[in-house]
Design a protein around this ligand. Structure first.
Ligand SMILES: *Cc1c(COP(=O)(O)O)cnc(C)c1O
Length: 391
């Protein structure tokens, strides 16, 4: 038997096991641009599963910036930034993001996943300890593992437990990592208390603002912006792929850390540079976030309306971010609810383990500035008729 056949047999066995547990996943290509209404599988559906929170993914100005940069730079970058893949567009975006984030320096990465798996191992190693919230995103979890530091997972948002762990752990360096908006629950980290705990124990703090960038804060720069904690957090990671509608990620930090990442963050060193047109598009998206506060106002109008509506249906909901989970329990329950909502025109994907803990499979609704009030009401009405309730 060829090697291929051996691997195929392994895969068949694993796929059957996943299917039996309701955990197999399938791709489904869209036939339209990303947006509040999408075409998929011949159907037209209102989209509640996109992280395109401000509707910038298909925005004319962002598209125009990308097209102009394709004309100027071509499509690919040919090498990592350290070799010959670096362009003026990368430096412009880093400078633009540093101003947006009120940071000394910004370093770009090709994705949030690359940022988190690159940054943590660049800062801590086997003699060190990293403290990670139990509901942190998988990319932070993997960054912790790759660092080979001692990993202490503290119960979700439990600052007392974090403090105890910080006090008890002997380590050369201590790094605390947390999502600011938790990606599958939409709740917000107790950041002021976490900052105080880090201060008290000489720990560095890294936050992941993937679902907060463009959504929270007076300037739209995230939870640190909302709480005025920009200067209290060592590393603030944000994505260009969610509210900013493009692709890539960045960390806002000190000049020293930004310089170290160039030499030491493996995804930065060993991966081809982000295409220049994505940098140009992201720059236009940051301009839109800063220059058009109306975008965020429309998003928050939808968030408040949806939260009120959910409460009217007896579902506990806080208007704290654009993410609303409806926890249903076993994978089949979430899949079945998603199927029934789809029949009435609502696209919302079932989220199952390992993305969320066992027994907490859910529907995860994401609101966007591009949804109309009518779209929001359609989702609420669909939930009412389908009778989805928190299990
Ligand atoms: C989506 C996400 C990431 C990964 O970002 P990508 O740019 O999509 O790779 C990292 N952290 C959190 C919390 C996320 O939700």
């Amino acid at each position: 038997m060829s090697d291929e056949a051996v691997a195929a047999a392994w895969a068949r066995e694993d796929l059957e096991a996943l299917s039996e547990r309701g955990l197999r996943r399938y791709l489904e290509p869209l036939d339209s641009p990303q947006g509040p209404v999408v075409r998929v599988g011949g159907e037209t559906l209102v989209n509640f599963s996109s992280n395109d929170y401000l509707g910038l993914a298909a925005s004319p100005t962002v598209r125009a910036a990308a097209l102009a940069a394709v004309e100027r730079y071509g499509v690919g970058t040919g090498a990592s930034r350290l070799v010959v893949g670096d362009t003026a567009a990368h430096h412009r975006l880093e400078t633009r993001l540093a101003a947006f984030e009120r940071a000394e320096a910004v370093r770009l990465f090709n994705s949030g996943y690359a940022a988190n798996t690159g940054i943590i191992p660049a800062l801590v190693g086997p003699e060190d300890a990293v403290f990670s919230d139990a509901l942190n995103h998988a990319s932070l979890v993997d960054g912790c593992r790759l660092s080979r530091a001692r990993v202490c997972v503290y119960p979700h948002a439990d600052v007392e437990a974090l403090e105890r762990a910080l006090a008890e752990t002997p380590a050369r360096r201590k790094l605390v990592v947390t999502d600011t908006v938790f990606s599958m629950d939409g709740d917000v980290a107790p950041l002021r208390d976490i900052v105080a705990a880090c201060r008290a124990h000489g720990a560095a703090l890294m936050v992941d603002e993937a679902h907060a960038t463009g959504v929270l804060g007076a300037r739209g720069a995230g939870l640190c912006d909302e709480l005025g904690l920009e200067n209290e957090v060592d590393l603030r990671m944000g994505t260009l792929s969610k509210a900013l509608g493009v692709m890539g990620a960045y960390v806002a930090t000190s000049r020293e850390v930004a310089d170290l990442l160039v030499s030491r963050a493996r995804p930065f060193v060993f991966s081809t540079a982000l295409p220049a047109h994505l940098c140009a598009a992201s720059e236009a998206a940051v301009d839109a976030v800063e220059g058009d506060p109306d975008l965020r106002e429309r998003l928050w109008r939808n968030i408040r309306r949806f939260a009120d509506g959910l409460r009217g249906l007896g579902v506990r909901a806080e208007p704290r971010s654009a993410v609303f989970p409806i926890i249903l329990g076993e994978p089949e329950r979430a899949l079945d609810a998603a199927r029934r909502l789809r029949e009435v025109g609502v696209l919302v994907k079932a989220i199952r383990p390992p993305t969320v803990p066992e027994g907490t499979s859910r529907l995860r609704f994401c609101l966007s500035a591009s949804h109309t009030v009518g779209h929001v009401d359609l989702a609420l009405e669909a939930l009412r008729t389908v009778g989805v309730r928190r299990g």
